[in-house]
Design a protein around this ligand. Structure first.
Ligand SMILES: [Zn+2]
Length: 301
């Protein structure tokens, strides 16, 4: 990308809705991906962060009077016309049938990593790829209604992928104001809640995130706040110490981005209680609403 794309003054935000805790992006998950569609997925990052009882959410209780909550931008209250958001549905339902292609290594600046992964699934076989595409469609519709130009990195219309480096390039080429990569995690039972993954400061090879670290954090913080509000769910009790935020330097989709971008792990597909939420279309609509509200709050400054 041209150098000026790194200028944060452009307020280009690559909103990568990819879930980082999910097996798709975890370094240790290459051999523990979900089998199609009812196989067992390996636990990811299950040993990281807190475990046991759920952390107290730093956000307002869903049952609290509305007047005590932080302001929520009313839908359509302010047009976001002229802004571009790239939505990245994590994984691809076809990846299960294309192991050779998705296992091919690509350069993410700091190292080489698998092109893509299958992602995880619930114990009943609802795949992460199905979840991410569904939420991405709902998010697309909500943002489009507010005047945003939305670009999807894929729409279930290709046999596999895109590779993680291509996912980043799509956001960069769109000169997105924000990119969100949508995912769900595959961690141990009892690990619950959502978290947003932010890019670490990385400068190696083709990776240079210096210009996107700050705006990506701003985007991620607003998404975490609005997501908790819209869904009534708590931030992760196993990553982020109750903040709902994590920072990583091993994700190609973040390392190679030149526009503000975050991954969102909407919940843990391997926990039965979280899975009950993730498989609910009503809850997924709330999740999409939270993401849209967070993005809108960020874009409106
Ligand atoms: Zn994932």
């Amino acid at each position: 990308m041209p150098y000026d794309h790194r200028n944060t003054a452009r307020r280009t935000l690559a909103l990568a809705l990819a879930a980082t805790g999910c097996c798709a992006v975890l370094a240790g998950c290459a051999t523990s991906q979900a089998s199609p569609p009812s196989g067992k997925a390996g636990a990811s990052r299950a040993t990281q962060g807190e475990s046991g009882t759920q952390s107290r959410p730093p956000f307002a209780s869903p049952s609290a009077p509305r007047s005590t909550r932080s302001p929520v931008p009313a839908q359509g209250s302010r047009s976001l016309a002229g802004r571009t958001v790239v939505i990245d549905p994590g994984h691809n339902s076809g990846n299960f049938r294309h192991s050779t292609e998705i296992n091919k290594k690509v350069n993410i600046g700091t190292t080489r990593k698998e092109c893509d992964t299958t992602g995880t699934s619930t114990n009943a076989g609802y795949t992460e790829a199905s979840f991410t595409l569904d939420v991405s469609h709902r998010l697309r519709d909500l943002l489009t209604a507010r005047g945003v130009k939305v670009v999807l990195t894929h729409d279930g219309d290709r046999p596999w992928g895109p590779c993680i480096d291509e996912r980043a390039r799509i956001g960069n080429a769109a000169r997105a104001d924000a990119v969100v990569s949508v995912h769900a995690d595959g961690s141990a039972v009892g690990n619950r809640g959502f978290h947003v993954i932010l890019p670490a400061k990385v400068g190696a090879g083709s990776a240079d995130t210096v210009g996107i670290v700050a705006p990506s954090r701003a985007l991620g913080e607003r998404i975490a706040d609005r997501f908790a509000h819209a869904t009534g769910t708590s931030p992760s009790n196993y990553i982020g110490s109750g903040t709902g935020l994590d920072v990583r330097d091993d994700l190609g989709g973040l390392n190679l981005s030149t526009v503000p971008k975050v991954f969102v792990e909407c919940g843990n597909m391997r926990d039965p209680k979280d899975a009950q939420l993730l498989t609910s279309s009503t809850w997924r609509q709330k999740a999409a609403q939270g993401l849209a509200d967070g993005i809108a709050t960020y874009l409106q400054g």
